[in-house]
Design a protein around this ligand. Structure first.
Ligand code: DC
Length: 218
């Protein structure tokens, strides 16, 4: 087995930024599992499926072939052969990903793909159920979180920097709703694994959080 670092936590805690940097520093592969749920969500949205239409989600998810490739160290997600990296970062897709991820068939399919990617390789994988379900034997497990207000402020800054106008309170409300949805679902809900180390990034810089995780390896 290679070295496996599992990073779980709520939306906006900085998992992907931190996981990507750790992977770069250590020469590991970064696996972004949220992107796979987002690709599945895009497929459902294109089929005009609503998050509540459980039967249709089941049927639709069967025809979605999701695969991953790496180009210059960057993870590319393919949905039925199409590179969808540029299409999955919207709020709409994120919310649909959260709503459709409780579906057992969606999870079974994507967890299998994630486990295959990590077998015999050094990986940093982030998501909601990596330490608890996907890689239960990971050598390092981190539960990365931050105060919901801090997470909302980071998101607000990201959007306003891009010239997108938004409302801080609304963003925080969305974050809290997504946390609730991800933490209360029946199948592999978001929670801290028993053997995971809690890292609260509310008052940390990215570098400090990266160093805190790397220190756990030593
Ligand atoms: O990390 P993200 O925002 O890209 O994830 C989008 C949604 O996908 C998240 O709200 C819940 C779901 N997800 C999941 O259920 N399990 C994972 N390992 C990763 C994401």
């Amino acid at each position: 087995m290679g070295m496996n670092i599992a990073i779980d936590g709520p939306a906006g805690a900085g998992k992907s930024t931190i996981a990507r940097q750790i992977a770069g520093k250590l020469g590991y592969i970064y696996v972004d599992t949220g992107a796979m749920y987002r690709a599945m969500a895009l497929h459902l949205l294109r089929g005009r499926i609503l998050p509540t239409e459980t039967d249709k989600i089941d049927e639709k998810c069967r025809e979605a072939d999701i695969s991953i490739e790496y180009e210059n160290g960057e993870q590319i997600v393919y949905l039925n052969g199409e590179n969808v990296n540029g299409l999955i970062r919207t709020e709409e897709v994120g919310n649909m990903a959260s709503a459709s991820s409780p579906n057992p068939n969606v999870r079974r399919k994507l967890v299998e793909l994630q486990q295959k990617l990590a077998a015999d390789k050094d990986v940093v994988m982030d998501g909601r159920d990596i330490g608890t379900c996907v890689l239960p034997n990971a050598q390092v497990k981190v539960y990365l979180t931050a105060d919901s207000r801090v997470r909302a402020e980071r998101r607000y800054k990201e959007l306003t920097d891009k010239g997108i106008s938004c409302n801080l309170d609304e963003i925080e409300r969305d974050i809290i709703e997504r946390d609730h949805q991800d933490m209360t679902r029946e199948l592999s809900p978001l929670m801290q694994a028993k053997d995971a180390v809690l890292v609260d990034s509310s008052h940390m810089t990215v570098e400090e959080a990266v160093d805190a995780v790397i220190a756990l390896l030593q």
